[in-house]
Design a protein around this ligand. Sequence first.
Ligand SMILES: [Zn+2]
Length: 240
Amino acid sequence: MFFYIIRQNYANAQKSLLRYEQEQEQELNLNIIDRLSWTIQQSIDKYQNNFDLLTDGSFQRYLSDDHPFEDAQYTPADLQKIVSYFTHNQSSKFMLRAPAATAFADMARAFWNNFDKKKKLYIVSAYRSYGFQKNIISNGCKNTHCADPWASEHQAWLAIDIAVADTNWNILQMHTWSQYYKWMEQNAHKYGFHNTYQKWVDIDGKIPEHRHWRFLGEPFATYLHQNQLTIAQYFKNIKM
Ligand SMILES: [Zn+2]
């Protein structure tokens, strides 16, 4: 009887291990399909120069205090934890929309590699709710610095604020003159990220914020990078 119980337990453990592996494999296949269809869609968009700055669910949605979300209840369906061993703090505490989360993990790895495996990106903040944004405004953050509720790229689950950490746990800010910002400026677009606020209030509507990077997808981020435009400038140009 005793051996029978042990054998049964062993068989059950084997079965659940197999089920776990099958689930993992399915999840992996799904991720591969998701990534593949995303890549194909990106190529089509790039070919057609097809950027959608107006639809709430678009990765290129332009958000400013004058152009908040159409749908006050907007929440994307494709959220994903950031899974990366190459951020200083635990990345999985933060979520972005799935393609942004994956691209950010790729970028964090490239950053770490570039700085001799001694510096890592440090995530300051990613998603911020309507309530959170409302609070920072009512606590006195000026509208030249903070976006209105319903107009924040953080609320779109597309924006991430970052700093840099060294091996001694020092947190270094993304100043314009720093080599870290320069690396981001030259490389972030390859991963689909754009520094939304970099050309002052009269152009971008906010003062420069070098730590704030927003996902747009590689084709549009690269287009803006090559033409030295911010998303606000592009938006104003196509509106005319
Ligand atoms: Zn930000």
